[in-house]
Ligand binder design. Structure first.
Ligand code: ATP
Ligand code: MG
Length: 420
């Protein structure tokens, strides 16, 4: 490759056929299972107004503060490639009045996202997520359904050793009190906190709980926990979610320190990890966001969802058995006269949903048969001058080695009558 060769952007990936077939089977499984749970697909644009994300995801998050691909277009609009889907889906929900159409809207997506992060295994700048968003119900039944759906998909695609971590971050009222308690607790430690945590102390102290720094984790070991600040309704809601998980025989780990720092996040919050993955072990994050729709200008509407990283899922799925679609018939064409007949016959067989290939390199009989063999076809049809003249094609069964003659105008019916 010389230095004029154009290469893809760092942190982006080409998904070549050998891989894309694994993607397809994962996507098919996701579509199948989400539909069993009554979720329908939503597709939103690749870019949105920047303010949707700064408001909908939050200025203080890593995503908005340092990871967005944003630009001003020729018309002076501030635009951003979507770094996550919940804000876009909530925007679409509001814009199209979906709440009026139906009291509950259960949506799913499979989409490409963009974040300018440091690329590494399981972390890219263009990556993919599938996720669901359920709008309209504040009740714990939907929390349990959303979690069951995630778990069910992960198991059905062959993931092992999953761990569901779950907590409730309560209502805004609970968090207001908790925030004060956390600040009180951290005050004496302020000078020992990292610069980032010091910044978060005032505007978003809950995010300090996300720290990965060992000495901060140490300090936080004695921090107050949010469950002591739940309102009665928060507690009832969470207990019900847990009760339903027990009924569904879904194992979970209670994680009193699992939080989300954004104001519109409420109550149930969860993540699913897999020990099949290394450092980037989070497959999926989710939770309730009862304040989001209202914050984006819609009517107050409860919602809950999750998002799972497709690349990480594929990394975590061992022994992906996806098989290439098999070519069933190879038409061997010999000589100039046969070419038109070959291309026509291939088209007719394909119209009958029979996967058919023919040689486009004008190779010899031997080379074409070798190719057919390599493709592991069921049959080869041989058409040359002799066959054209006698109107009798040569049909070779690759599994038995048998060869027979079939009339040109009967071949499509004949092939149709066979099972492959
Ligand atoms: P992390 O802590 O790994 O950065 P996150 O909190 O940014 O994750 P979310 O925004 O909740 O992740 O996204 C949900 C899922 O999307 C993650 O659990 C992960 O599987 C996947 N994901 C997030 N960022 C990336 C990325 N840059 N490349 C590939 N997958 C990603
Ligand atoms: Mg991240």
């Amino acid at each position: 490759m010389n230095n004029k060769t154009i290469r893809s952007i760092k942190g982006t990936q080409d998904i070549l056929p050998e891989e894309s077939i694994k993607w397809q089977s994962l996507e098919n499984e996701i579509r199948k299972i989400t539909s069993h749970y009554g979720y329908e697909e939503i597709r939103t644009p690749a870019f949105e107004q920047t303010k949707l994300f700064s408001r909908g995801v939050g200025e203080e998050t890593d995503i908005v503060s340092k990871e967005m691909y944003s630009w001003t277009d020729q018309g002076g609009e501030n635009l951003t490639l979507k770094p996550e889907l919940t804000a876009s889906v909530a925007r679409a929900y509001i814009q199209h009045n979906l709440g009026l159409v139906s009291p509950v809207n259960k949506l799913y997506y499979i989409d490409a996202l963009f974040r300018r992060e440091r690329p590494q295994k399981g972390r890219y700048r263009q990556f993919h997520q599938f996720g669901v968003e359920a709008f309209g119900s504040e009740h714990p039944e939907i929390d349990a359904e959303v979690i069951a759906l995630a778990i069910s998909i992960f198991y059905s695609v062959g993931l092992e050793e999953l761990q569901l971590n779950i907590n409730s971050i309560g209502s805004p009222e609970c968090r207001k009190n908790y925030r004060i308690a956390l600040q009180e607790f951290l005050k004496p430690h302020f000078s020992n906190l990292s610069e980032t945590s010091q910044k978060r102390f005032n505007n978003n102290p809950l995010r300090i709980l996300d720290t990965k720094a060992p000495h901060e984790i140490n300090i936080l070991n004695d921090a107050p926990i949010i469950s002591n600040y739940w309102t009665d309704e928060d507690e009832t809601h969470f207990k019900k979610v847990i009760e339903y998980l027990d009924i569904l025989e879904i194992k979970y780990q209670l994680m009193p320190r699992l939080v989300r720092g954004l104001d519109y996040y409420t109550r149930t919050t969860f993540e699913i990890t897999s020990s099949n993955l290394g450092a980037q072990d989070a497959i999926c994050g989710g939770g309730r966001y009862d304040g989001l729709v209202e914050m984006l200008g819609g009517k107050p509407t409860p919602g809950i969802g999750f998002a799972a990283g497709m690349e990480r899922l594929l990394l975590a799925i061992k022994n992906n058995q996806s098989k290439k679609n098999k070519v069933q018939i190879y038409i061997v064409g010999l000589g100039d006269n046969a070419r038109g007949t070959v291309i026509k016959l291939a088209e007719e067989l394909r119209q009958q949903n029979i996967a058919t290939e023919f040689d486009v390199l004008r190779r010899s009989l031997k080379a074409q048969l070798r190719e057919a063999n390599k493709m592991d076809v069921s049959y080869a049809i041989i058409i040359g001058d002799k066959e054209l003249e006698s109107n009798q094609l040569e049909l070779k069964n690759f599994s038995t080695g048998d060869q027979q003659k079939i009339e040109l105008n009967k071949i499509v019916d004949h092939m149709n009558s066979l099972s492959f």
